[in-house]
Design a protein around this ligand. Structure first.
Ligand code: F6P
Length: 495
């Protein structure tokens, strides 16, 4: 790899490498990807590709799809690909059974066959969950809800009482179905919000009718029964579905119901198309692999510590938040080299009026991933052209820059970016996009030598929160550092 001094400017690499555009752009599962504005020369690209080969990415990829125990610290498979495979392999019976149950429920609620306690159809679903049990469904709903008007869907995740209060305030209990989604059914935030929603239903409908307004999605069937959710309203899934990879499972029940089963099937099919591409394409022209390698090049080759993800699509504005969990919870782990960096972002063009100043002139170089959609599905068409023009202009400006005598007017340029282009934002392209990122995370984990499917780093904070909660209630004081002890005192003082 070149040193910073000898490294050619990105813009000059197009002349030096006549096949650059063709070599670094590709189409996969309906998405078009352009990695030619990354800082890698041919030699740099070959170097990170050789890291992938040395890390045996192809062997690890085969193990993932075959259902081997790739989640080594928890001794289990990570089979999100089976959930969207048409035939459900290699978990055929389980997947097809769960898909059929989801479909029957989704169609039953939409048709009114599965009705509220008063016999009338539900008009709204409240989805309660957090992390992987929230971010995926929320992203899909925000992205696709204009396509299929019908049942309303809203979410409550945070334990902050303000969120559940705001979620419940506009709802009519007699028309609302509450779906509690938690892989473990022990997550403190979700259980607190679920208890609040159950109490809200009971106060308005009475205890017996409340059961008809509750459903659950979980791997912990004992806990869902103990919570009082009738068995026929519980949708199970298995421990080989990782939380942040779970939107394809029954965790997607609320969106499958609100969007309609057909849309959800298209969503699964889009992801399955990306799976086929990832499983079969050679590494050097494999979309998730190139997305991963561009990040690895920036992270380990150039020591870039952050990356901006900017969807030029308002309906994808939650993508950065989704990716924060997918990438930082999966790959923010110790290894013998730098692993996941910070990922942040917001929808373009809004981000241009917030953090783009730093992207263009800041002292840290922050690679950018642009995501754009060619055709709008709503609104004035001339605004779509404005949106796309802005996206392309930003990527060009970052790379090319502009000369000026005065420092404040100078754009050094040579700032890397990639672009992912969707034809339309529809269920299939969204499925392909999410699967692209899931596999990108897997490839990074493979190269960095880490298990992308566990999250031990969240445990210490959870345990301490439980301890401090007890102390806030009891007035007792455990052992704490002086700062924390003083803050506990201040929080529980009555003045
Ligand atoms: O933040 C830790 C975590 O375990 C995530 O990995 C998971 O998505 C989230 O909590 C929610 O967990 P559950 O679905 O079990 O409620």
């Amino acid at each position: 790899m070149h040193t910073a001094r000898e490294r050619p400017r990105i813009a000059d690499l197009f002349a030096a490498e006549p096949d650059r555009l063709q070599r670094l752009t590709l189409d996969a599962a309906g998405l078009h990807l352009d990695f030619s504005k990354q800082a890698w020369s041919r030699a740099g690209f070959e170097a990170v590709l050789s890291w992938a080969r040395a890390a045996e990415v192809e062997t690890k990829r085969a193990a993932l799809f075959a259902g081997e125990a790739v989640n080594v610290t928890e001794g289990r498979a990570a089979l999100h690909t089976a959930l969207r495979a048409r035939d459900g392999e290699p978990q055929r019976d389980e997947v097809l059974k769960s898909r059929a149950a989801m479909r029957a429920f989704s169609e039953g609620v939409r048709s009114g066959r599965i009705a509220a306690a008063d016999g009338k159809p539900f008009s709204h679903i409240l989805h309660i969950g957090i992390g992987g049990s929230d971010l995926g469904p929320r992203l899909i709903w925000e992205a696709l809800k204009p396509l299929t008007p019908g049942i309303g869907l809203s979410f409550a995740a945070n334990v902050d009482p303000a969120e559940i209060a705001a979620a419940l305030a506009p709802l009519d209990a007699s028309r609302t179905l509450v779906i509690v989604v938690s892989k473990t059914f022990t997550t403190a935030e979700t259980m607190a919000n679920a208890r609040a929603a159950r109490a809200w239903l009971e106060a308005r409908l009475g205890e017996p009718d409340t059961k008809k307004h509750l459903a659950a999605v979980s791997t912990n069937l004992e806990a869902t029964a103990a919570f009082g959710i009738p068995a026929e309203r519980v949708f199970g899934f298995r421990d080989w579905v990782g939380g942040r990879f779970s939107v394809w499972s029954a965790v997607g029940l609320s969106v499958a119901t609100a969007l309609g089963w057909e849309a959800f099937e298209h969503f699964l099919a889009g992801a399955a198309a990306m799976d086929r591409h990832f499983a079969t394409a050679p590494l050097e022209c494999n979309a998730p692999v190139l997305l991963a390698l561009s990040n690895i090049y920036n992270r380990n080759g150039l020591d870039r510590r952050a990356r901006a993800v900017v969807p030029y699509a308002q309906r994808l504005r939650l993508l950065p938040a989704f990716l924060q969990q997918l990438e930082m919870e999966s790959n923010g782990k110790p290894a013998d080299r730098s692993t996941a960096g910070v990922v942040f972002g917001d929808a373009g063009t809004n981000g241009q009026h917030a953090f783009f100043q730093m992207l263009h002139q800041g002292t840290d170089i922050i690679p950018v991933e642009f995501i754009a959609v060619r055709h709008a599905s709503e609104g004035p068409p001339e605004q779509q052209a404005m949106l796309l023009a802005n996206c392309l202009a930003q990527a060009e400006a970052l790379m090319v820059g502009a000369k000026a005598k005065k420092l404040h007017r100078r754009f050094d340029g040579n700032r890397p970016s990639s672009l992912i282009l969707l034809d339309r934002l529809d269920p299939a392209s969204l499925g392909a996009l999410i699967a692209l990122y899931e596999h990108k995370v897997f490839v990074e984990g493979a190269v960095w030598g880490i298990n992308s499917f566990d999250q031990w780093g969240v445990e210490l904070g959870k345990a301490l929160a439980g301890k401090i909660l007890g102390e806030l209630g009891s007035g007792g004081a455990g052992r704490h550092d002086p700062s924390t002890a003083a803050l506990i005192e201040r929080v529980r003082s009555h003045d």
